[in-house]
Every structure is written in structure tokens, then in C-alpha cells.
Design a binder for this molecule. Structure first.
Ligand code: NAG
Ligand code: NAG
Ligand code: NAG
Ligand code: NAG
Ligand code: NAG
Ligand code: NAG
Ligand code: NAG
Ligand code: NAG
Ligand code: CU
Length: 610
């Protein structure tokens, strides 16, 4: 009940994790001795600028990381303090009424390490839970940070220790999963070092890109119940940008070493907006999509949906100087919105030694803006998926629909006819541990019981109502994207309904792209599959903050008996302690009207998340 679902609202942090990166170092509370600098550890035996494919004896780019990982080195320990501030001056000089921040260090680890993060909730009234986006959490399901599913929210004044292993490697981010809280700034980045599919000389590290709103996310969640999303106020690259009219703030500047090849870890931490990214005068070579290394593919621009990551290499082979790194929007293409006052958000890439001036070449706007991600990437560690095993049936079809005016007073996103509304006081994991199968309908549970088998899902956008593209994110797995409806601009609202006879030819099981976020086209479909090798309760939701806030999620309950059996006593006790604290706290929450007032009652009737 209540806006529990808000929890789901996972809204992707509006505030760029970069804000976090921009925090003064004195604010960071990191166990330096253990964290160290990744480079400070004993270097792996064979990993070098000219041979990035090798990692250490027996482990390289071809190793199946879903099966094995190098033995853990030091446990990487971090403390995240989550705080709330009023009248906070942002990087572009604009004062925000309300922000929620994390003293956000980038979480650094080497492939195979254990990561231990103590989260201290120092917020005034909100609970919190932190999700480690893309990490599979094998055997550590209760550390996934999805409140209402794998834990109760951490109440104010309390702490929770997350502990999980870096069985995958690459670039990612963490964010609050409590309502749209990440939109208030509770986001940070993750870098797990491991092998790569292309040699490079310089690792530039993480490069978060995010839309940025001056209004509190909690207010936008309320606004978007009855109206479309507002334009973003700015776009931040690595935590900063200029304010286009006031002149406040500073461009993000990334330094390139002339003649060298660089690795850049692009991470989309937006709440709403998708962009096409390009670096004037340069190409980019994709070497990883989300946590999945791919064979190098060179492109002139990349499309990045909310929550997605692309690791790219950039050769600094042009005339030394300054170059714009542009984020191009779909404009009125229903692919994200627009940026108020800042139609051409950009960062600067500057060759070392070049003068500190603005770039002069405006470049050419990418023309291939489709609002869909690249499908023809080829993962290094291959999977072959038998597509003949897929037949669309009601039990594997997830239909996305939108209720709204005039038939419904509020916007509500549903999957298979139901909007998710998780219960913060009684998460799904509690039902599992108590062997209680009376799950509430509003938990939107989809049972998956086959063992180590490919399960196939047809996700369909409503072909008849108004339809938007949605970046679908799955917890606990990478999915393979077997195919999708033909490309069309979202604005065209071209209608595609999956037809097995004619559309089977659009599916391919021969090492398809594999990742944890993909775009569902407007009025179209995708067919995805994942292997049931990770018992747990895994959300699959739209990563647009406002959409998951308003219901757009299911919860795959995978192999419930194996899930129950694999929960350790330590994890069970930590779960119970935190839930007891939350259940004591919640009735004292100072926002009672939100859950007992008429409006909220109406929301409950609509099974809407707040
Ligand atoms: C985080 O909170 C802990 C516990 O309250 C405190 O000891 C520590 O100094 C804080 N760290 C930062 C960076 O504020
Ligand atoms: C924030 O600014 C508002 C309006 O100027 C003011 O009423 C309020 O007291 C300020 N809050 C804090 C914590 O300074
Ligand atoms: C979270 O805190 C914000 C800011 O104080 C508030 O607007 C919102 O109602 C709170 N949400 C809950 C569920 O307490
Ligand atoms: C991002 O900003 C941080 C802090 O300002 C800086 O150290 C880092 O080099 C920047 N990263 C990139 C890729 O520009
Ligand atoms: C991030 O994702 C959002 C939502 O999918 C999207 O609108 C935005 O363009 C993406 N940003 C980038 C830099 O790709
Ligand atoms: C890139 O951004 C700069 C600065 O806003 C702008 O002048 C230029 O036209 C943009 N170029 C493209 C291709 O969008
Ligand atoms: C969708 O709902 C129908 C009707 O209740 C049910 O038969 C089907 O199994 C559901 N699909 C999923 C994927 O849960
Ligand atoms: C099972 O869960 C339902 C719904 O929360 C609850 O009413 C019921 O008491 C639970 N059963 C047991 C045996 O705990
Ligand atoms: Cu969506």
C-alpha cells in the first residue's frame, strides 16, 4: 500500500553521479588503506597497454565471467553517507530548493573482489536503499538494494551493509531505489577493472552523463501523475556544465594525450532523457555494452538510453586542440524531452598542451537518431540461444499500457494489466523466507521455475494507445536481445504487433547483443531471453524514473525454493533487523497525508506508485 511503490521508482538519479565526483575529497569517507587506488595493487601478471585482453594467469577476455572469476583480492570497503540539503547551489550555479546527496566516491574494484558498502541514511525523513546497477548478486540476492523486494528501506538514522562480489567487470553506477530519490542526487559510479577487447593506453575512467532538473524529484513525480514530463533544465557531463544563459558553472573538460588511445566509460544516469553522443572530428570504438565486453565496433555516434553504459576507445589522432563532445536530443521525437535553455549541451575534450579555449568547429548533428540502441554488437563471451524454442503465449508476454486522462484521472503505467506497487513493510523476500505464497497482486510477480534454462519474453508496447519508448532494465541478469520491431521514429507511432509467422525472421539467437538495459520501441516489441541461473527476486522495470514511479515494472521470482535455500543466516538476520527498524519508523513518517489522504486513496485504487 502507500506509495510503497515509489520505492520502485528507482528513478535514475537526476543529479549526475558526477556531482558526487565533484564533491570535495574531504567529504569522502573511504577506507583508503583497503580501497587504495586500483593501480596501487599488485598489477595482474599480463595486463598491459599493448595487451588488455589478458588479465591474470588463467583469466582473460574470453573467460566466461558468469561461470568463474579470479580469486578475490582485498575487500573494497566504502561508506556512503546520504544527506539532505536545502537551498543548495549546484554546479551550474542554480540554487535548488532540495537535494539529497551521497558523498559519492566512485566504487573501484578489480574483477573478482568483494565490495562492502556501509550505507548511512542521514536523510530527514526518507528511507533509502541502494541498487548496484548491473551486478548479478549471485548468492547475495538480499544485497540488490531494491526496497520492497529484497529489503525494507533503511530508515533515517540507520545503516545497512551491502556485501557482494565483482563477478563481472566494466563500468556502472549505483543509485537509490527509494521512490524517485535518485533524481534528487543519490547516485554514484562503479568501475571494476578487468580485461578489455582492445588495447588502449589511457583509462580516462567514468564519464557520467545526466539530465538535471531544478525541481525536487518528489515534486516531478507528483506533477507527472497528471501531465507529461517537464523539459530537463540542463545536462551534466561528469557532474558539471555551464548554465547557458546566466553564464554560471563550467564546462566539463576531459584531457586527451596526443597520439594515444583512451578508454572512456560513458554511463547514462539520467531520469528521463536519451541522447545521441558524438565527439566532433573523432570516431568512437565500442568495447563494452553495460557489463558485457563486445568485439570492437567503430561508430561516429552512440545512442545511450537511461541506465545504459558504453565503454569506448577514442584515438587522439587529430590536430591537437579543443573538440566538442555533444549530446544530441531527439527533440520532439518523444525520445526524451528537451533541455530548457540549453539545446546543444556539450562538454570539451582538450588535447594536452592545447590552449584553454572553446572549440570552434560545431561539427555535424548525427542524423541517425532513432531512439533505439545498437543491436549488431557481438559479445566476446558468446551465447547461442535456440530461438525455435520461443512461441508467444500469454505466460511469456508482457504488455505495456498507459492509463490516463480522460479515462483515468492520473497516468498509470501497467504491465499485463497491473501497475507495480511494492510494499516497503513487507518485501517479496519476506514472503519467500516465510514460504508464504500469498503475494499481493500489486507486487507484479512473474514466476520463473525452470532451472538453468533460457526463458523468453515478448515485451510489447501498446499498439493502440499513445506509446513511448522505454529503456527496460533487468536486475540479476544480462538479457539477450533476440530481436525487435522495425525501426521507426517514436513520433511516427508506427504500429508493429509481433506475428510469429512473419516476424520470426527478425529474431536471431546467434550470439545476440547481451546487456542489462535495452529500448522497447514506441508501439513496437522486443523479444529477450535470460538463463535461469540465478535464483532470486529480480525487478525488470522501465528506467525512466517517472514511469517506474507510476507502475512500469514486474518482478521475476526465479526458482523460489532455491532462492530461499540460498539465503544465509547472516543475511536473513540483517534483513529482519532492518525491516523491524523500518516498521517501527514508518508510522512516525511526517508525511501521513500522502498515504491516508483522498488523493493517495485514489492512487491506491489505481494501484499507482507514488
Ligand atoms: C559518515 O558517517 C559516519 C557515521 O555517522 C561518520 O563517522 C563519518 O565521518 C561520515 N563521513 C563523512 C564523509 O561524512
Ligand atoms: C531556503 O530558502 C528559503 C527561501 O529563501 C527559506 O525560507 C528557507 O529558510 C531556506 N532554508 C534554509 C535551510 O536555509
Ligand atoms: C521524501 O522526502 C521528500 C523531501 O522531504 C518528501 O517530499 C517526500 O514526501 C518524502 N517521501 C517519503 C515517502 O517520505
Ligand atoms: C571527471 O571529473 C573528475 C573530477 O573533476 C576528474 O578527476 C576526472 O578526470 C574527470 N573525468 C573525465 C573522463 O573527464
Ligand atoms: C540516458 O537515458 C535517457 C532515458 O533513456 C535518455 O533519454 C538519454 O538520452 C540518455 N542519455 C544519454 C547520454 O544517452
Ligand atoms: C555541440 O555543442 C556546441 C556547444 O553547445 C554547439 O555549438 C555545437 O553546435 C554542437 N554541435 C553539435 C553537432 O550538436
Ligand atoms: C498475464 O495475465 C494473464 C491473465 O491473467 C496470465 O494468463 C498470464 O500468465 C500473465 N502473463 C505473465 C507474463 O505473467
Ligand atoms: C501470508 O501473507 C499474507 C499477506 O501478507 C498474510 O495476510 C498472511 O498472514 C501470511 N501468512 C502467514 C502464515 O504468515
Ligand atoms: Cu518508460
Amino acid at each position: 500500500m502507500r506509495f510503497l511503490s515509489g520505492a520502485l521508482a528507482l528513478a535514475v538519479g537526476l543529479l549526475a553521479p558526477s556531482l558526487v565526483a565533484a564533491a570535495p575529497s574531504a567529504d569522502r569517507d573511504v577506507d583508503l588503506e583497503i580501497r587504495g587506488d586500483v593501480e596501487a595493487r599488485a598489477p595482474p601478471t599480463c595486463h598491459s597497454a599493448s595487451n588488455r585482453a589478458c588479465w591474470t594467469t588463467g583469466f582473460n577476455i574470453n573467460t566466461d565471467y558468469e561461470v568463474t572469476a579470479p580469486p578475490p583480492g582485498a575487500t573494497r570497503k566504502y561508506t556512503l553517507n546520504i544527506t539532505e540539503e536545502e537551498n543548495w547551489t549546484g554546479p551550474d550555479g542554480v540554487v535548488k530548493v532540495k537535494v539529497m546527496l551521497v558523498n559519492g566516491p566512485t566504487i573501484l574494484a578489480d574483477w573478482g573482489d568483494w565490495i562492502e558498502v556501509t550505507v548511512n541514511n542521514k536523510l530527514d525523513t526518507n528511507g533509502t536503499s541502494i541498487h548496484w546497477h548491473g551486478l548479478h548478486q549471485k548468492g547475495t540476492q538480499l544485497h540488490d538494494g531494491a526496497n520492497g523486494v529484497t529489503e525494507c528501506p533503511i530508515p533515517p538514522g540507520h545503516s545497512f551493509k551491502y556485501r557482494f562480489r565483482a563477478e563481472q567487470y566494466g563500468s556502472s553506477w549505483y543509485h537509490s531505489h527509494f521512490s524517485a530519490q535518485y533524481g534528487n542526487g543519490v547516485v554514484g559510479t562503479i568501475q571494476i577493472n578487468g580485461p578489455a577487447s582492445l588495447p588502449y593506453e589511457v583509462d580516462l575512467g567514468v564519464f557520467p552523463i545526466s539530465d538535471y532538473y531544478y525541481k525536487p524529484a518528489d515534486q516531478i513525480v507528483i506533477d507527472t501523475r497528471t501531465q507529461g514530463p517537464p523539459p530537463a533544465d540542463n545536462v551534466f557531463f561528469n557532474g558539471t556544465n555551464v548554465h547557458p544563459t546566466s553564464g554560471g558553472g563550467q564546462y566539463s573538460v576531459t584531457t586527451l594525450q596526443p597520439g594515444k588511445r583512451h578508454r572512456l566509460r560513458i554511463i547514462n544516469t539520467s531520469t528521463e532523457n536519451h541522447f545521441q553522443l558524438s565527439l566532433v572530428g573523432h570516431q568512437m570504438t565500442i568495447i563494452a555494452a553495460d557489463f558485457v565486453p563486445v568485439n570492437a565496433m567503430t561508430v561516429s555516434s552512440v545512442f545511450l538510453a537511461v541506465g545504459q553504459r558504453f565503454d569506448v576507445t577514442i584515438d587522439a589522432s587529430q590536430t591537437p586542440g579543443n573538440y566538442w563532445f555533444n549530446a544530441t536530443f531527439g527533440g520532439q521525437n518523444f525520445c526524451g524531452v528537451t533541455v530548457a535553455n540549453n539545446p546543444t549541451p556539450a562538454a570539451i575534450f582538450r588535447y594536452a598542451g592545447a590552449p584553454a579555449t572553446l572549440p570552434t568547429n560545431p561539427g555535424v548533428r548525427p542524423t541517425d537518431f532513432q531512439c533505439s540502441d545498437i543491436l549488431n554488437l557481438s559479445p566476446v563471451v558468446q551465447r547461442t540461444v535456440p530461438i525455435t524454442a520461443f512461441t508467444p503465449r500469454p505466460a511469456n508476454t508482457l504488455k505495456v499500457t498507459l492509463d490516463g486522462p480522460p479515462t483515468s484521472p492520473l497516468f498509470v503505467w501497467k504491465i499485463n494489466g497491473s501497475a507495480i506497487n511494492v510494499n516497503w513493510e513487507k518485501p517479496v523476500a519476506q514472503y519467500v523466507m516465510e514460504s508464504n505464497t500469498s503475494y499481493p497482486t500489486s507486487d507484479n510477480i512473474v514466476h520463473v521455475n525452470d532451472v538453468n534454462a533460457w526463458t523468453y519474453w515478448l515485451v510489447e508496447n501498446d499498439p493502440d494507445g499513445f506509446s513511448l519508448p522505454h529503456p527496460f532494465h533487468l536486475h540479476g541478469h544480462d538479457f539477450v536481445v533476440l530481436g525487435r520491431s522495425p525501426d521507426a521514429t517514436p513520433a511516427s507511432q508506427t504500429r508493429y504487433v509481433f506475428n510469429q509467422a512473419t516476424d520470426s525472421s527478425r529474431l536471431s539467437g546467434a550470439n545476440p547483443v547481451r546487456r542489462d538495459v535495452t529500448m522497447l520501441p514506441a508501439k513496437g516489441w522486443i523479444v529477450i531471453a535470460f538463463k535461469t541461473n540465478n535464483p532470486g527476486a529480480w525487478l525488470m522495470h522501465c528506467h525512466i524514473a517517472w514511469h517506474v514511479s507510476h507502475g512500469l515494472s514486474v518482478d521475476f521470482l526465479e526458482r523460489v525454493d532455491d532462492f530461499r535455500a540460498s539465503i544465509s543466516t547472516v543475511d536473513r538476520n540483517a534483513f529482519n533487523d532492518n525491516c523491524n527498524a523500518w516498521r517501527t519508523y514508518w508510522p512516525t513518517n511526517p508525511f501521513p497525508k500522502l498515504d491516508s489522504g483522498l488523493k493517495m486513496r485514489a492512487l491506491d485504487d489505481l494501484k499507482m506508485l507514488a
